[in-house]
Design a protein around this ligand. Structure first.
Ligand SMILES: NC(=O)c1ccc[n+]([C@@H]2O[C@H](COP(=O)([O-])OP(=O)(O)OC[C@H]3O[C@@H](n4cnc5c(N)ncnc54)[C@H](OP(=O)(O)O)[C@@H]3O)[C@@H](O)[C@H]2O)c1
Length: 234
């Protein structure tokens, strides 16, 4: 697609990968709305980016419906969903807390489904095709110790991506999945974990670069899945 015609909704655009993606797409000439739950943070991010802020929790069906409607109304249409909002929780199986597992699934799986559903309904009724980019993870490709909740959520997102692709291609909707490896963002500090930060680690802009490249391909083709690794992380 020509990114100057992109009318984009980025869930979780107030920080990290979503923020960098919003900035990269705005620089390419797209119109971009960003969402998040923390209103202060969202408005600060939107002001810095010159993006449209929409306070919305993806796990709330009313918020999800409203965020798609507000994006389409502000831009005259919506043709890209970056399905990015996500959280983590890591614990060994023997200590895993069911409420934490449910919280992760509420955002990463049910929230992603609600956002994908609202976007797909909008794209189908507009009849102009569309793009859904699901931000999964290398945790959607293999399990690891302490990863039960997070990997389960990302494997589920990968499964939904395949189903949506099968359903939506006939409507000219490209459903794509991006699997970042570890990226330096606030993701880990939100869980009280200290991330090792150095110049060898992936930055959010590497993921934004990949997303921009996927979207920029002519609509007749699409990249179903793309994985980004750091070259030599220390
Ligand atoms: N960082 C990594 O190493 C890494 C690697 C692979 C995949 N990913 C994935 O990349 C995505 C973005 O992560 P990130 O690293 O950029 O994390 P981040 O810096 O913590 O950003 C997460 C964003 O999502 C928003 N968010 C969280 N829960 C939400 C909800 N229920 N509804 C709406 N917005 C919500 C946050 O804002 P509020 O808190 O204000 O709502 C924030 O804007 C996630 O899906 C994550 O699983 C990250």
């Amino acid at each position: 697609m020509d990114l100057r015609n992109a009318k984009v909704l980025v869930t979780g655009g107030s920080s990290g990968i979503g923020y960098a993606t919003a900035r990269t797409l705005l620089e390419a000439g797209a119109q971009v709305a960003i969402t998040g739950r923390d209103e202060t943070k969202l408005h600060a991010a939107a002001k810095a980016l010159k993006a449209l802020p929409i306070r919305a929790d993806v796990s709330d069906p009313r918020d999800v419906q409203r965020m798609v409607e507000e994006t389409a109304k502000a831009f005259g249409a919506m043709n890209v969903l970056i399905n990015n909002a996500g959280i983590g929780s890591f614990a060994p199986l023997v200590d895993l807390d069911l409420a934490d597992f449910r919280r992760v699934m509420d955002t990463n799986v049910f929230g992603a489904m609600l956002a994908g559903q609202a976007a797909a309904r909008h794209f189908i009724s507009a009849g102009q095709g569309g793009n859904i980019v699901n931000i999964a993870s290398t945790a959607a490709q293999r399990g690891f110790a302490n990863g039960t909740a997070y990997t389960a959520s990302k494997f589920a997102l990968a499964a939904m991506t395949e189903c949506w692709r099968a359903e939506l291609r006939a409507h000219g909707i490209r459903v794509m999945q991006v699997n970042p490896s570890e990226v330096v963002t606030e993701f880990q500090s939100r869980m009280g974990r200290q991330q090792v930060v150095n110049e060898t680690k992936l930055r959010a802009q590497e993921i934004a670069h990949a997303i921009k490249a996927m979207l920029a391909m002519d609509d007749r083709g699409f990249i179903p899945e793309l994985t980004v690794w750091a070259t030599n992380p220390k």
